[in-house]
Design a protein around this ligand. Structure first.
Ligand SMILES: Cc1ncc(C[n+]2csc(CCOP(=O)(O)OP(=O)(O)O)c2C)c(N)n1
Ligand code: SF4
Ligand SMILES: [Mg+2]
Length: 221
């Protein structure tokens, strides 16, 4: 374990991970928790927190953590993925975990790009958003994961929040872990800064996330 962050300065992911870790500590389930990591910048969490982590292939974190939960039903099984890992390459296994109401908690870090590989257009890239593969602005309809999954499972806890509001983020993650404890699927999508690929800094980061909320409304679904 090391507390040294390898995330870029200003990245949203350390804040999400720290809030999540705080809840596990408060509930004294740190030792029972396993954080499964997708490929993408989420993998930089592998040694960020003093909890066990599990590195999976790209798009396979939900399936892996479903399997882990089946093997260890007393565990707190967490799948941490980017928007690309969750809603593109891993979409099929995510949808089936939701349909089957698998008792795992999925946290999706939505930065609206494929960050680790250079900021390409992702399933969550917004109409008009400029990326390295859509320099004139994307014309592709984005995927609204929580809204879609809500229609597949009425018992799951499904929410979208933002790392700019730690209190809300904490509340949603707490409810997601409670849903898992009660035997239900849960997913919290978190709108999150990626200064490196958005090419913005400081106050502009918050403004970017506010614009994201026009496409990705916050709340419980
Ligand atoms: C099977 C496979 N396809 C493609 C890649 C290349 N790849 C690695 S990370 C990544 C993008 C990840 O984007 P996202 O899931 O949104 O996470 P982020 O980096 O934005 O946090 C891609 C395409 C890979 N590692 N494996
Ligand atoms: S590229 Fe973006 S998401 Fe990845 S660590 Fe840097 S700021 Fe964070
Ligand atoms: Mg991403």
């Amino acid at each position: 374990m090391t507390a040294i962050s390898t995330f870029c300065p200003g990245c949203g992911q350390p804040a999400i991970l720290r809030v999540m870790h705080g809840i596990l500590k408060e509930k004294k389930v740190e030792e029972k928790a396993v954080l499964g990591l997708d490929i993408g910048c989420s993998l930089l969490a592998w040694d960020y927190l003093p909890i066990n982590t599990f590195q999976t292939h790209h798009g396979r974190v939900v399936a892996t953590m479903v399997g882990y939960k089946k093997a260890k039903p007393d565990s707190v099984s967490i799948a941490y993925a980017g928007d690309g890992g969750a809603y593109a390459i891993g979409f099929q296994s995510l949808l089936w975990a939701a349909i089957r109401d698998e008792p795992v908690t999925v946290i999706v870090n939505n930065n609206a790009v494929y960050a680790m590989t250079g900021g390409q257009t992702a399933p969550t890239t917004m109409i008009g958003q400029k990326t390295s593969t859509s320099p004139a602005g994307s014309d592709q309809m984005p995927v609204n994961g929580p809204e879609l999954i809500r229609n597949l499972n009425k018992d799951a806890y499904i929410a979208r929040t933002t790392m700019t509001d730690m209190k809300e983020l904490k509340g949603h993650l707490e409810k997601a872990f409670e849903a898992q404890a009660q035997g239900h699927f849960s997913l919290v999508e978190v709108l999150s800064f990626c200064p490196t690929n958005w090419k913005v800094m400081g106050a502009e980061l918050r403004a970017y996330v506010e614009r994201m909320q026009e496409t990705f409304p916050l709340g419980t679904f």
